[in-house]
Write a protein that binds this ligand. Structure first.
Ligand code: F6P
Length: 319
């Protein structure tokens, strides 16, 4: 292996830059040449590729977003597009590819590896929805952003004695909602893994009010439904003024937390180690505090085990 390429793909996540930095500097340290690919698979197909040096990744460790830019690429979903991508890699002499992204990006890496490309995936998504790894880069930062917002919403919710529904991201995964709800002392956490019962929810709100609760915070994962709609239903049933807040893309920005930066450094270094070992279709991740690598097919077919214990703790502490 002489030359590696690196790209970021799918939704950006805080800590992607720290991961790019770790990959680039580890690779250079091992004597490899590094090519940066801009705008994910779309830039790969279009040959938006440039050589990177240690200086290319200076002053980015603390920055959110991704200096390589990112995109969701329709053309790459076709076999034609992927064949072009594999050819472009050859043209630039790239014999190992590092892909930082979520499950869609990993599927792309898997399909490229079927065309003979040595690819390794680094989990970068705020959703924390990749079952093979305990944490994805960006989750911790997003969680803290949500927590900060919840703390603020609690102030106004208490002052007005209202119910507040806070909608958070995560696609079909409830981790952002569950962890933020637990850390923020929410009265209810509604996530796709568990669903909810409107009557039960409203009863809890009314009983809470009778016990003297001044506010009622409900953290809703986007995978369950919209906050506006739920707020309307709650207000209709309980008669308590209910406001919805959709946190949206604020959750994807900001300076990465120390946890995400350290995770990015460890996974970036591991990705290069994996490529140098001659492994072809792998992903890196973290399990029980240890950095691991795994076959990309196995990783993508790993079923998510929902953390029932954590959900029960959040429920028991909520009233
Ligand atoms: O996968 C990351 C994520 O932020 C999800 O939580 C969210 O559903 C989605 O991306 C939003 O995507 P976009 O920025 O393309 O609207």
């Amino acid at each position: 292996m002489k030359t590696i390429g690196i790209l970021t793909s799918g939704g950006d996540a805080p800590g992607m830059n720290a991961a790019i930095r770790a990959v680039v500097r580890t690779a250079l340290d091992k004597g490899l040449k590094v090519m940066g690919i801009q705008r994910g698979y779309s830039g790969l197909i279009n040959g938006e590729i440039f050589e990177m040096n240690r200086h290319s990744v200076s002053d980015i460790i603390h920055r959110g977003g991704t200096i390589l830019r990112t995109a969701r690429c329709e053309e790459f979903r076709t076999e034609e597009g992927r064949k072009r991508a594999a050819k472009v890699l050859k043209v630039f002499g790239i014999d190992g590819l590092v892909v930082i992204g979520g499950d869609g990006s990993f599927t792309g890496a898997r399909l490229l590896s079927e065309l003979g490309v040595s690819a390794v995936g680094i989990p970068g998504t705020i959703d924390n929805d990749l079952a093979y790894t305990q944490y994805t880069i960006g989750f911790d930062t997003a969680l803290n952003t949500v927590l900060d917002a919840i703390n603020k919403i609690r102030d106004t919710s208490t002052s007005h004695e209202r119910v507040s529904v806070v909608e958070v991201m995560g696609r079909n995964c409830g981790d952002i909602a569950l962890y933020a709800g637990l850390a923020g002392g929410a009265e209810s956490v509604i996530i796709p893994e568990k669903g909810y019962n409107l009557n039960e929810l409203c009863r809890n709100i009314l009983e809470g009010k009778l016990r003297g609760k001044m506010h009622n915070l409900i953290v809703l994962a986007e995978g369950v439904g919209g906050a506006e709609e739920l707020a309307k239903k709650i207000e209709e049933v309980t008669g308590i003024i209910t406001r919805a807040t959709i946190l949206g893309h604020i959750q994807r920005g900001g300076s990465p937390s120390a946890f995400d930066r350290v995770l990015a450094a460890r996974l970036g270094a591991k990705a290069i180690e994996v490529l140098l070992e001659g492994k072809k279709a792998r992903v890196v991740g973290i399990r029980d505090g240890k950095v691991i690598d795994q076959d990309i097919n196995e990783a993508l077919s790993t079923k998510r085990e929902f953390d029932e214990e954590l959900f029960d703790i959040a429920r028991a502490l909520s009233y």
